[in-house]
Design a protein around this ligand. Structure first.
Ligand code: SF4
Length: 348
């Protein structure tokens, strides 16, 4: 039987619609050979055109009615030896963060169950480490990954630099994704972090994907970088051997005591421009509205969803910085007719 679908202009068959969709997909294939100039052309499009193009591509690869909720828990807080200029968890800066040791398994499980009950389908655990060491703490994190995965949640961790062997052990434990952000462009990077190199980060990403774990990798905007840096960051992400499965786009949340405490906030439309460019260049990735969402109105967040964002961090804290209230998110989802997705929405 042939199913027909009515539109305002005409009546088309479902198979014609599918053909149209695959033609369009063919016109917008997943590419990892973007040139810097091409990414620049996307990023610098008039904003309305950019959002429209991003929204069109978003609809070819994802169901736009769904936005994934993720919960991020700091399982080991503060006292980090690194010098990331935005981070209140660095031991080098005088911030209000009180260092806390690695959480116990029971508390982590309670937080994961709570996240699931509140509609999150992904649970991310962050430890303020320079790198993973082969010690008891790592064994404990492996137990956390194993147990959280039994809750039928996607499990993600962010633990700093990681070897291939360690990545394989996380994979065996049931890890879905490993977060390791590039933060900014290669050129601007040394103004933000001096204690590890850009190449260190790329090496960790390589170890993660070689172990068969999804890469979660994005950056932070509003740290004083310029448009060229933002374009370069997206270009690096979009030309990795495989696009990250998810791309968190963070806006700096300036924290007292850090070197970036006085940084002027990024213009909201520049943030939206970044989301749209990520969507167009990495069409199958989840693009995640991450830190800084609290400063966006519902209307601004709606524009981000239009521009292809399809994941948010839910819960009142993002590691150590404040995030949107649960009831506000519920209100926004209802208002916009968005649902949180328990399943992957990537269209085949
Ligand atoms: S961002 Fe991570 S690595 Fe950098 S100082 Fe903060 S906790 Fe340490």
């Amino acid at each position: 039987m042939t199913t027909t679908l009515s539109t305002n202009q005409s009546t088309i068959t479902k198979s014609e619609l599918n053909n149209t969709k695959s033609d369009t997909l063919h016109n917008n294939p997943i590419r990892t050979n973007w040139t810097l100039e091409e990414v620049k052309q996307v990023y610098t499009m008039p904003l309305i055109e950019l959002v429209f193009k991003a929204a069109s591509i978003h609809r070819q690869f994802h169901d736009p009615r769904y936005v994934q909720k993720c919960t991020l828990l700091s399982i080991k807080t503060g006292a980090c030896p690194e010098d990331c200029a935005y981070c209140p968890q660095s031991a080098r800066y005088n911030t209000e963060i009180k260092p806390e040791p690695l959480m116990d398994l029971k508390s982590v499980m309670a937080a994961a169950q709570h996240a699931k009950n509140n509609g999150s389908s992904r649970f991310c655990m962050g430890a303020a480490w320079r790198e993973v060491k082969n010690n008891d703490d790592f064994e404990q994190v492996l137990s956390m990954v194993k147990e959280v995965s039994k809750l039928d949640l996607e499990v993600c961790v962010t633990l700093g630099m990681l070897s291939l062997e360690q990545a394989k052990r996380l994979k065996e434990a049931g890890l879905t994704a490993y977060n390791h952000n590039l933060d900014t462009s290669r050129d601007y990077y040394e103004k933000i972090i001096t204690t590890r190199t850009y190449q260190n980060r790329l090496d960790t990403l390589n170890n993660v994907s070689s172990a068969g774990i999804n890469v979660c990798c994005g950056g932070i905007v509003g740290m004083g970088e310029n448009d060229e840096d933002r374009i370069s960051l997206i270009h690096t992400l979009a030309t990795l051997p495989q696009h990250p499965e998810s791309v968190p786009v963070n806006a700096l949340v300036p924290v007292d005591g850090t070197p970036l405490a006085q940084q002027k906030p990024i213009a909201k439309f520049d943030y939206i421009r970044m989301i749209a460019t990520a969507r167009i260049t990495m069409p199958a990735a989840r693009v995640r509205l991450s830190a800084g969402r609290l400063s966006l109105s519902f209307a601004e967040q709606a524009l981000c969803f239009m521009a292809g964002a399809n994941s948010i961090f839910a819960g009142e804290k993002l590691l150590t910085t404040p995030n949107c209230e649960q009831d506000q998110d519920e209100m926004m989802f209802n208002l916009l007719g968005i649902k949180s997705d328990p399943e992957s929405t990537i269209m085949q």
